[in-house]
Design a protein around this ligand. Structure first.
Ligand code: NAP
Length: 249
């Protein structure tokens, strides 16, 4: 059974690790090629876009793929949508691997917003010094906020417009709560902005904000496209792959 794993996440790497070397499974992982020094999964890897849903469909057909696993980040909405379109058109089984979103705990002061523009709007009145931990993409949504100062943390430098008053911190998680608390204190942070990425690699900032009594603007996840099966973890994805009909066919 030949499987394409759309990756760029910890879950995608875990699944590639689980499946690599297993008899009857031929896995290829795909990365967008955005970060300069990506964490590579086990087994075969291809890097770069496919050219939209049509390009993906052609690639799937040319490579005789039997099933598609969309293990992209919860905010990689375009790739998930293309995967759904191409898999549906070819009649291929499709699995989305989505780690659970973060859940508010007692003491948290979260403001949930539907998108990055909503997060920028929500910052009015929440303090001047902002810890922006949304990754490299989407920072431009905050570029018009001239009265705020931003600590922007990302793995690679942001693309496009950035806020006038900012400091860039290039770093890759995981981060500990004490490191995050240290950053909040050192930069006198008033408010955090994060996507609801979920997972344990980057959730220490939420505990640090709770401990410091700081509000967090949390951007909700985009909806998944219709169709396909959804699981929460690499382990469940591996179970699905072993049970999916093409595996025996
Ligand atoms: P996106 O907005 O959904 O995708 C934009 C385009 O990038 C897609 O149309 C596709 O190009 C290409 N692409 C995305 N994921 C790909 C993959 N795994 N393999 C090949 N091409 C891919 O995605 P994104 O938000 O830019 O995320 C890009 C990658 O970074 C994904 O692999 C994702 O898992 C990872 N990531 C994203 C975030 C985030 O916050 N968005 C955070 C951590 C990791 P074509 O149309 O040319 O095929």
């Amino acid at each position: 059974m030949k499987i394409l794993i759309l990756g760029g996440t910890r879950e995608a790497r875990e699944l590639a690790q689980l499946a690599s070397g297993e008899r009857g499974f031929d896995i290829v992982s795909s990365l967008a090629g955005r970060v300069r020094d990506p964490q590579l999964p086990a087994g075969a890897v291809r890097i770069g876009g496919f050219g939209g849903a049509d390009g993906l469909r052609e690639w799937l057909a040319a490579n005789e793929i039997d099933a598609v696993v969309d293990a992209t980040h919860p905010f990689a909405a375009a790739m998930s949508s293309h995967a759904a379109t191409a898999a549906t058109e070819l009649g291929l089984p499709l699995l989305h691997v989505r780690r659970p979103g973060w859940v508010e705990s007692p003491g948290d002061q979260w403001i949930r917003v539907p998108d990055l523009a909503g997060a920028a709007d929500a910052l009015a009145g929440l303090g001047e010094r902002v810890f922006l931990t949304i990754g490299r993409q989407g920072v431009a949504a905050f570029a018009g906020l001239h009265r705020h100062w931003f600590l922007i943390r990302a793995i690679d430098p942001p693309e496009g417009a950035v806020p006038t008053r900012h400091q860039l911190l290039l770093a890759r998680g995981p981060f500990t709560e004490s490191e995050e608390s240290g950053l909040l204190a050192e930069h006198r942070i008033d408010v955090l902005v994060t996507k609801d990425s979920g997972g344990a690699l980057t959730d220490a900032k939420l505990a640090a904000a709770r401990a410091a009594g700081r509000p967090v603007v949390v951007v909700d996840r985009p909806a998944l496209p219709p169709g396909g099966t959804v699981v929460n973890s690499a382990g469940d994805a591996w179970t699905w792959l072993r049970r999916t009909p093409s595996a025996s066919g």
